[in-house]
Design a binder for this molecule. Structure first.
Ligand code: FDA
Length: 452
């Protein structure tokens, strides 16, 4: 057992932990980053599968994500725009395929009117919410007591309108069934991106990618830390008190003045805390759970859909893959499609064999792009649900009533233990931007406390 001493021990080498470590170093504090996996990046993972470079985890950067944009620029990384020339595709309730341009789905005029009306109401409600403190809204308790689905169904009995409005924060973001989270949680998701309209605008929310992959952000941040990043070190025990912390892995004991837990909150219970965390944290942590989505990558010899005048952007609340995009790499002649299968659909697919799953998913993609979609040269499913050190995708959210009840304590330090992760961000919630913001926040709180 090797013993070392640092000012701050950081658990997790994802975007949050590595940002915090770099900020602390800049402020003159010493750090050790302990990472369970054999790589850095956590939910950012760019890998080559069967000769194709794939973004297995997070990849897109949107214009509101200042913290991520600053970091990408500071690290000298280049971005490129998602391909978006041509028509988008929408599959309606009867399975009919419609091509369209713009943000509004090609639905019946009455359904379109309802969608526009509810969107405008949602934008108004979202504008009243502080994403960093949604629980402070005067109606927070009321909005946290009704499910997203139930609230939408109170607005209209037009089922197609409800499904199209629901999926932006449901299948597409929180990746939980819309009866499993509250209106307040949905408003937070939208507020974290600036507005509900921003969230449904694929050209905004899925704007740019990083040339060479987004995992370069944590890779380059880790490079700056050199030997202070320790891989293959799952933290088992964290002793804490007035004198600081002692953090233990199977090989290392690190003593420090402070610790940052920089990983998904669902994993706090993998660590034995001595003494135990306070009652409030025990309760709070049980009300957060991960969503679940399968990110599907299908690579083709050419981006064949472009020849048909299609942008690759496709949506349908009635399809197994509820959304799909052109995800071709920068400067790559081959074409890549990325599709997403969310929540209950993802659970159901994992009861099938790998062959049946692939067949069902490619069948769904073929409804958008035609028969050619059934024959990719490379096919891969990102399954974060079976990753021990993540356990779902994209991130964690509260159960019904949990956000209002426990949100105010989410980011509160417990003695020398601080918390940082995209899953507890306001702006940038569930995104890399939020992870960076939370890393910065934990670091600045520790710098302040260390000077007290
Ligand atoms: P993250 O989970 O990345 O890092 C935590 C680290 O802690 C991990 O490396 C883990 O191994 C480690 N750890 C856990 N327990 C430990 C222990 N006990 N001891 C030691 N180490 C431990 N975002 C975005 O902005 N744009 C996008 O397009 C997408 N798309 C997307 C797709 C998919 C499939 C996923 C899974 C996620 C996204 N996201 C995204 C979300 C984004 O990737 C995510 O919010 C951040 O990367 C999370 O960064 P954190 O550092 O907060 O946690």
């Amino acid at each position: 057992m090797v013993e070392i001493t640092r000012d701050v021990v950081i658990v997790g080498a994802g975007a949050a932990g590595l940002t915090a470590a770099n900020e602390l170093r800049k402020a003159g504090l010493s750090v050790a980053v302990l990472e369970a996996r054999d790589r850095v990046g956590g939910r950012l993972w760019t890998d080559v599968i069967d000769g194709a470079m794939l973004e297995i985890g997070g990849q897109w950067v949107s214009p509101d994500q200042d913290a991520l944009i600053e970091t990408v620029a500071e690290l000298g990384l280049e971005t490129f725009s998602r391909y978006r020339e041509g028509d988008s595709v929408y599959v309606g309730p009867d399975g009919a395929v419609h091509r369209f341009t713009g943000e509004m789905f090609p639905v019946a005029p009455e359904t379109e009117r309802v969608i526009a009306e509810v969107t405008s109401l949602l934008d108004q409600m979202v504008s009243e919410i502080d994403p960093d403190r949604p629980w402070e809204h005067p109606k927070a308790a009321e909005w946290d007591a009704i499910t997203w689905d139930a609230w939408l169904r109170e607005q209209t009995d037009d089922d197609e309108a409800v499904r199209n409005l629901a999926f932006a924060t449901g299948s597409a973001m929180l990746t939980k069934p819309t009866h499993a989270f509250s209106l307040l949680q949905s408003l937070l998701m939208a507020a974290s991106a600036g507005s509900y309209s921003n969230l449904v605008d694929a050209d905004f929310i899925l704007d740019k990618r990083v040339v060479g992959g987004l995992q370069q952000v944590p890779l380059l941040l880790a490079e700056r830390l050199g030997d202070d990043v320790h891989l293959n070190q799952p933290v088992r025990t964290l002793e804490w008190g007035d004198g600081g912390v002692t953090v233990t892995t199977d090989d290392l004991t690190v003593r420090g003045r402070f610790a940052i837990l920089a990983h998904a909150p669902v994993l706090y219970n993998r660590i034995s805390f001595v003494p135990a965390l306070p009652r409030r944290q025990h309760q709070l942590h049980q009300h957060l759970s991960m969503g679940f989505v399968i990110k599907v990558h299908a690579v083709y010899e050419t981006p064949f859909w472009r020849e048909k005048g299609l942008s690759g952007t496709a949506f349908s609340p009635y399809e197994l893959s509820h959304e799909a995009y052109d995800n071709s790499n920068h400067g790559d002649e081959r074409g890549t499609l990325v599709g997403f299968v969310s929540d209950q659909n993802a659970d159901d697919l994992f009861t099938l064999s790998a062959e049946e799953r692939k067949e069902r998913i490619l069948e769904s993609l073929s409804h958008y792009y035609g028969e050619e979609a059934k024959n990719p040269v490379v096919y891969y499913e990102s399954d974060w649900g079976s990753e021990e050190w993540t356990r779902g995708a994209y991130a964690a959210s509260f159960d019904m009533g949990g956000l209002h009840r426990y949100g105010p304590d989410l980011r509160e330090a417990v003695g020398p233990i601080h918390f940082a992760c995209s899953d507890m961000a306001g702006a940038g919630y569930q995104h890399v931007d939020g992870a960076i913001r939370m890393g910065r926040l934990a670091a600045s709180s520790i710098v302040e406390a260390s000077r007290a």
